[in-house]
Design a protein around this ligand. Structure first.
Ligand SMILES: O=c1[nH]c(=O)c2[nH]c(=O)[nH]c2[nH]1
Length: 310
């Protein structure tokens, strides 16, 4: 092998193509709305553009951007971000002989229908907090992979005996953190889970199937994090709570094959303010806190079904 032999791996695409889409329901006058940020990355045979200044096999990233708008227009019925990503992946891998695989990421902004005097508004929306994400990989063969997720789901349980604690960890000469059975528990959940579908043909045809699953997963995550409205559930650590949340999703949502959770431990520090004359201007009694965002604990794990060999 000569010294000048090299290996080239490449992909190209367009990142963060922003599109809004309105669908108007003829029947009842209600409008549906989504706002997406679409990122496309294509695996394609265009090596000579890198090595020989020959662009003849390049799908221009500008063309990819235009395609997002064309396909958004062509989708005449409201659809999930997952289904739109599949539409795009299918298009790029079937329309261009050069393209062997398409990776499509979408972040959907949480526009929520507004209620006026308890009535759902026909065309009024406000921005919520957590985002709906998806990553779809489509191969030319029709093989595919669908991942859905949540980003920026901030949740907190206030201190109360039986809410959250952290005890029994390693104590050594570097340790000062006191053990506690009463603390704040705050995190910003990032979740992503995989569906078991492996081909375009096996994707459920049901409209808004992925939207419905997404709502189910979020509901299970929240019910498990918080516990019942009266009394809640004790969290012995972020690790334990994370595990129970992931396990509950696998137990209660059969179409999820694995789930990854990232749950930073966002600390609220006890406030104690002693002075020279007065040892306790403010003495901490599980009441006054200093909210922080850095540094934070970082705790993440993936839970997968082990397929039993039938
Ligand atoms: O739930 C927690 N997990 C940790 O790993 C950890 N480490 C720490 O200092 N506080 C906490 N809390």
């Amino acid at each position: 092998m000569g010294m000048d032999e090299v290996r080239l791996e490449q992909r190209h695409g367009k990142a963060k193509v922003r599109v809004g889409r309105v669908w108007k329901e003829e029947a009842d006058g209600a409008h549906h709305f989504v706002e997406w940020s679409v990122s496309i990355s294509l695996l394609s045979d265009c090596l000579s553009s890198y090595t020989h200044a020959d662009n003849s096999d390049i799908v221009a990233t500008d063309t990819m951007k235009n395609t997002v708008y064309v396909k958004a227009k062509e989708c005449k019925q409201q659809l999930s971000a997952e289904d739109f990503a599949i539409v795009l992946g299918k298009h790029f891998t079937s329309f261009y002989h050069q393209v062997t695989a398409a990776i499509v990421n979408i972040i959907e902004k949480p526009w929520e229908r507004i209620n006026i005097n308890g009535q759902p508004h026909e065309h009024g929306f406000k921005l919520g907090s957590e985002k709906h994400t998806t990553e779809v990989i489509v191969k030319k063969s029709g093989e595919l992979q669908v991942v859905s997720g949540i980003e920026g789901l901030s949740v907190l349980k206030t201190t109360q005996v039986c809410a959250s604690g952290f005890e029994g960890f390693i104590r050594d000469k570097y340790t000062i953190l006191p053990e506690t059975r009463e603390r704040m528990l705050a995190t910003e959940v990032t979740a992503s889970w995989r569906y078991p579908f492996e081909t375009l043909a096996s994707i459920p045809a049901k409209q808004l199937y992925f939207t419905e699953k997404h709502m189910n997963v979020k509901k299970v995550l929240m019910e498990t994090f918080f516990g019942p409205a009266k009394g809640g559930v004790y969290s012995p650590s972020v690790q334990s709570t994370l595990y129970h949340m992931a396990k509950a999703v696998l137990d209660r949502v059969p179409d999820v094959s694995s789930i990854q959770l990232k749950m930073p431990n966002i600390h609220f520090l006890p406030v104690n303010l002693p002075s020279k004359d007065n040892p306790t201007i403010v003495k901490f009694q599980d009441d006054v806190f200093l909210p922080t965002d850095e540094p934070h604990g970082s705790i993440e794990a993936t839970l997968s079904r082990i397929r039993s060999k039938m």
